[in-house]
Design a protein around this ligand. Structure first.
Ligand code: IFM
Length: 798
């Protein structure tokens, strides 16, 4: 069963059955303003922070789905019939109307055919502006002149999610609205500088700023009184719940199309007037839309591939990098799952997000890396969750923090946790993130940039990386294995005084990456020191972590093994196997046995389970994972994010068929026609898929903001297709299914273009026989080329 299809030419996912059981969402906005919008135009906007920069209101996890939203109502003023340009909220019988939603890259388009009228609404946030444009076109396809009334509708929010959801005793009386010269201005007494506006390129016939006037008593967005009456009541007031509704009646001749542009923005009436003037010129709207298209066209052109696999092509050329870049920009706390309850960046999540994205948005990645270092303590660990605005020395970002909360003063000081509350993995991701950025961009001077620590002092980027490595080296148990502390990558493995094999492997991995930097810079003293630490870890791992058939996940504080065949539950953990291999630590024969165990015991048609068998009895020595229902999230679901680590491990072992089997098992593209099982949007990776121990096995949950997109992208582009930037050149080392004859990649790197064509006449998975660069045979890395050049690369596998 399916609800839509991929329109490759336009890079859109087209939902042509709008009665989807869950929300299919998209992200609008690439800079400050963001809207999360569903296929039915439900959703919300914020500026800067989803927690305290709210613009429009959303009632999360509600019934009916996705309300309220950013709606356009149409009304036939002859008959009084009304509908919305998105299927919901009016929800016309789908036998009588045709509805389509096209989610594109940073825009969403809603189309409907009903009652002799074709209407279209495109929502996007233009670059350089904190405004969402609603470009509406209405065509009369009947043979008579029509009088059609158009109404916009958004419900404004009380700015801060806490006020908006729980503390109404003052908030409701501190919000006010007015409408002058066609601009609705919504503000909040406690934030006199914070206004939002709704305006349009037309002079409204009527308006409503008061929600309950527009909707009417005992009604909803499905049947608002104003629309039913054909007119708003020109309401506004100080205090109450507010909305942005502008109404205009259009007379439309047969065959004629009218166009109206509505604008929802951050800023007061003056800003609204300026914006109105600017976008009343429709050529400016068209140009702004084209800029969004070009933004993605040019960025995605940095990496395009043609492989024998259609799903891989569609996802790698468009949707996976789009999702990964969205994570870098909006992090984790703005979706329909995380609805603004938290603000800022997760340390490990953001660091990992950057790893896949430097080729697409190097400036944004560099900004994030600096923010991560500012949130690193001088001890070396990272603050697990932080708001970059708190550490911004310039004070600009700090100025946007809420200064007065109704419930008291906001505490804006940086809180440094005790060791037991530190996540043992956080800062190690920073090492990889910086290394990948350097390899992609060649911006080696970045290492000398001085960045402050979260608590005191400052150091160069290079020294920040050493601090992260030193922290992990210091916090090891007597057996040489890293302590787990509050959690490692797995939030639900809470070992406190116990030890984590995953962090131990990660530490080894980060040391290897750092040593490449040290070697490149000829820092022999550091190379020696950190190589020595790495070999100590290797010995400790060999002595303590191999359990006879696979690697252990760690030890509890009482010294019990975790992830051993001796246990009834939680015998085998995926990350312990993949990280032993991916880090480069495992000996070959153990690597093969560990990864084979993962294949045999953890894999099914939807991917690899995180562990097996699921826990059914609470065990606080292991952590919260044992208190989650079986097959859900960290307790033996098919957690998406770790699957690509297994792909990378398999590629390192040269097993291209298996790596690709893992890749396609989780590829959302291939689940488009099994929506009765998957449910979630098939253009986005989800955080997890329900595991085999759950009745909803196969159901995907928590789309968009997950590290899965970035890691799947890395696994596919750098390990399966095998083109990896290094400090000195491009490495080409594919690991593909044996039946692939050939594939090609266009890769822009350090200013020049590489047109890489790979042939596989011997049908091997791995092995490069020869490389020709612009007709000349070369060995080893493809050297950096003159910026602006186009280079032909012919690779022969065998
Ligand atoms: O690694 C974490 C991530 O930081 C947040 N979501 C869940 C993952 C696994 O616990």
């Amino acid at each position: 069963m399916k609800y839509g299809y991929f329109d490759e030419k336009n890079r859109e996912y087209v939902i042509d059955r709008c009665d989807v059981p869950v929300s299919f969402t998209n992200y609008l906005g690439l800079e400050n303003m963001c809207t999360v919008i569903s296929h039915n135009s439900g959703g919300y906007s914020f500026k800067g922070s989803p927690e305290y920069g709210r613009i429009t209101r959303f009632r999360p996890n509600g019934v009916p789905l996705d309300r309220p939203g950013h709606y356009v109502y149409l009304r036939d003023d002859e008959t009084g019939k009304y509908w919305t340009v998105s299927w919901q909220p009016v929800g016309i019988d789908l036998k009588e109307a045709e509805y389509v939603c096209r989610h594109g890259l940073s825009y969403s388009k809603f189309e409907c055919k009903y009652n002799g009228i074709i209407a279209e609404k495109t929502l996007f946030v233009p670059l350089g502006h904190d405004v969402e444009l609603w470009d509406v076109k209405v065509t009369n396809t009947s043979d008579r002149k029509r009088a059609i009334s158009l109404f916009s509708y958004v419900e404004f929010s009380l700015h801060q999610i806490d006020l908006d959801n729980k503390d109404f005793q003052m908030g409701l009386y501190a919000s006010g609205s007015s409408c002058t010269e066609g601009v609705i201005d919504y503000t909040f007494f406690y934030h006199p500088d914070m206004h939002h506006f709704m305006t349009a390129d037309f002079e409204p016939d009527s308006y409503d700023c008061v929600r309950d006037e527009f909707i009417g008593n005992y009604r909803s967005e499905s049947n608002p009184a104003a629309v039913e009456n054909g007119r708003c009541s020109n309401s506004s007031k100080l205090g109450g719940n507010h909305c942005g509704s502008l109404h205009k009646q259009f007379e439309i001749e047969p065959g004629q199309t009218i166009r109206a542009v509505l604008m929802l923005g951050a800023g007061g009436a003056e800003q609204g007037k300026k914006t109105r003037k600017m976008f009343a010129d429709h050529s400016v709207v068209d140009k702004a839309f084209e800029q969004i298209k070009n933004y993605w066209r040019s960025r995605l052109a940095n990496y395009q591939c043609i492989t024998p696999d259609e799903g891989a092509n569609v996802m790698l050329n468009t949707w996976t990098p789009y999702q990964a870049a969205t994570c870098v920009t909006w992090s984790r706390f703005a979706s329909f799952i995380e609805v603004g309850g938290r603000t800022g960046l997760g340390y490990r999540d953001t660091a990992q997000d950057t790893i896949s994205s430097s080729y697409l948005q190097p400036d944004k990645v560099k900004q994030r890396l600096v923010e991560l270092m500012r949130a690193q303590t001088s001890e070396g660990f990272g603050l697990h969750l932080f708001d970059p605005a708190m550490m911004d020395e310039s004070g600009d970002a700090k100025a946007n923090l809420p200064t007065v909360l109704l419930s008291g003063d906001s505490d804006q000081s940086v809180h440094i946790p005790e060791l037991k509350d530190v996540c043992s993995d956080d800062a190690l991701w920073l090492v990889a993130a910086v290394c990948e950025y350097l390899k992609e961009t060649g911006d080696i001077d970045f290492l000398e940039t001085e960045v402050t620590f979260a608590d005191e002092g400052s150091a160069t980027v290079y020294e920040h990386l050493k601090k992260a490595l030193d922290f992990s080296a210091k916090h090891v148990a007597d057996n040489g294995i890293c302590q787990g502390l509050r959690a490692d990558w797995n939030d639900c493995i809470n070992l406190r005084g116990g030890q984590s094999s995953m962090v131990t492997f990660m530490h080894y991995w980060a040391l290897r990456l750092f040593n490449e930097v040290a070697a490149y810079l000829n820092r022999d003293d550091d190379s020696e020191r950190y190589s020595e630490i790495a070999s100590r870890i290797k010995q400790a791992a060999a002595a303590n972590l191999w359990d006879g058939q696979w690697y252990l996940r760690g030890f509890t504080a009482e010294g019990r093994k975790i992830g051993t065949d001796e246990d009834e539950e939680g015998k085998l953990f995926l990350n312990a196997q993949s990280w032993a291999v991916m880090s480069g630590l495992s000996e070959h024969d153990k690597a093969i046995r560990a990864m084979d165990a993962a294949y045999d015991k953890l894999f099914d048609r939807y991917g690899l389970h995180l562990l097996w068998p699921a826990y059914s009895k609470p065990d606080d020595g292991v952590g919260f994972v044992t208190r989650v229902y079986k097959g859900i999230k960290e307790n033996a679901s098919i957690f998406s994010h770790p699957n690509p680590w297994a792909i990378i491990a398999e590629c390192m072992l040269g097993r291209g068929d298996r790596a690709f089997e893992y890749y396609t098992a989780m590829l959302p593209f291939y689940q488009n026609d099994m929506m009765e099982i998957r449910q979630a949007e098939p253009y986005s990776y989800c955080q997890f898929v329900m595991g085999k121990d759950h009745t909803d096995h196969g159901r995907a949950r928590h789309p968009w903001l997950t590290g899965s997109a970035g890691w799947f992208y890395t696994a596919a582009t750098k390990w399966i297709l095998g083109v990896r930037p290094t400090f000195k050149g491009l490495e080409v080392d594919p690991c593909v299914p044996k039946d692939w004859d050939e594939f090609s990649i266009v890769r822009k790197w350090r200013g020049s273009t590489f047109n890489i064509s790979v042939k596989n006449p011997d049908h091997v998975s791995k092995g490069v026989k020869s490389i020709k660069l612009n007709g000349q045979e070369i060995t080893g890395l493809i050297p950096v080329q003159q910026p602006g050049t186009d280079n032909d690369v012919q690779v022969l596998m065998g």
